[in-house]
Ligand binder design. Structure first.
Ligand SMILES: [Mn+2]
Length: 337
């Protein structure tokens, strides 16, 4: 545990650009872990591959983590965060807590808008200069490295769901759409990778996102990257890789884009008559402060790009949004009761 803590702290502190073969190696390892997940926790699809759905442990605490967007410091604050006096890293190593990240590890957001504008100029100049994109890509890879180490060390207690930014090829198939907000983020990263890195690295990055699950279910909550555009059954979610619409529906749904009752119908599907006490959590669309409610208050959004919001859910307690959603930039710990 101490060695892992040191390794994670090093990723957080050091700024040097990682060696390509090193990145490829840790990706090969995490891809193997994602392929061999415990099938009680993550049932196999019809092709005998890891399915799209995670059944969480009903007896331990869960922390949901909002969109990361290259903020390694968010992940560092997460592992150092204390629940009842123990750090999350400690609790992970004792299998007493589980983490679900709602996805979107790539592409820095509003704080780095200018860097994206510079990166766009660099792309248009054929990357003759590439300082801005170097810096951005390095942060993306550091974030990926941090997440991969947590997954490799705690395969049953750490889960990262696919977001719409997990689209390294910037493709518009397989439930994905090309991405551009401040500039053409998806295209810039893809062209940069093709120019300076090997096909093997690209392939491993591509495999990684295809192996990520898309929905997790706990005691009294469901979580995915975005609001569900349409209702999908357990079987459809597990077999997500055979239906791009399922992937699209759980990763790309903006406000007012979901069909009526999609959230409630999924909660009813998982919790039947107890669904009244359940909630559906997601990131994707920013909230002005700690959280926003939609879908008759069943749907909770908690991603604020200027905060580091998480949700702490305990099997022994009702979910109180005002108490259980905290910003890691403002607090170092949490206690029950
Ligand atoms: Mn998103």
């Amino acid at each position: 545990m101490k060695a892992l803590d040191e390794q994670l702290t090093k990723i957080f502190r050091e700024d040097n650009i990682l060696d390509e073969s090193f990145i490829t190696d840790f990706l090969i390892n995490v891809n193997k872990v994602l392929s061999l997940e415990n099938e009680f926790l993550r049932p196999r699809d019809n092709m005998n591959n890891s399915g799209g759905l995670i059944f969480l442990d009903k007896n331990i605490d869960t922390i949901l983590v909002s969109d990361i967007h290259s903020r390694v410091e968010f992940l560092k604050n997460l592992i150092d965060f204390k629940v009842n006096g123990k750090t999350v890293l400690q609790l992970l190593s004792e299998k007493k807590i589980q983490i679900v990240c709602v996805g979107d590890l790539y592409h820095s957001e509003i704080n780095c808008k200018n860097r994206w504008l510079c990166a766009m100029e660099e792309m248009l100049g054929g990357f003759k200069f590439h300082n801005s994109i170097d810096f951005e890509f390095n942060e993306n890879i550091k974030t990926l490295h941090f997440i991969s180490l947590l997954k490799i060390n705690f395969p049953e207690n750490f889960h990262f769901l696919k977001g719409n930014h997990e689209n390294i090829a910037n493709e518009n198939i397989n439930g994905n759409l090309p991405f551009g907000k401040f500039s053409k983020e998806g295209l810039i990263v893809k062209l940069f990778l093709e120019k300076f890195y090997s096909k093997e690295l690209f392939k491993q990055l591509y495999i990684f996102e295809k192996k990520l699950p898309i929905v997790a279910v706990g005691n009294n909550f469901v979580v995915s990257h975005s609001e569900p555009r349409n209702f999908h059954s357990k079987e459809e979610i597990i077999n997500y890789n055979q239906n791009p619409d399922v992937i699209f529906d759980f990763t790309w749904t903006g406000n007012n884009e979901a069909t009526k009752n999609s959230v409630e119908n999924i909660l009813k599907h998982f919790f039947s008559s107890n669904y009244n006490y359940s909630r559906y959590f997601a990131g994707h669309r920013p909230v002005p402060d700690m959280y926003s409610l939609r879908a008759n208050n069943f749907f909770v959004q908690f991603h604020n790009p200027l905060k580091q919001n998480i949700v702490i859910i305990s099997p022994g307690e009702d979910i109180s949004l005002d108490k259980n959603i905290v910003n890691l930039m403002e607090t170092k710990g949490y206690r029950y009761g």
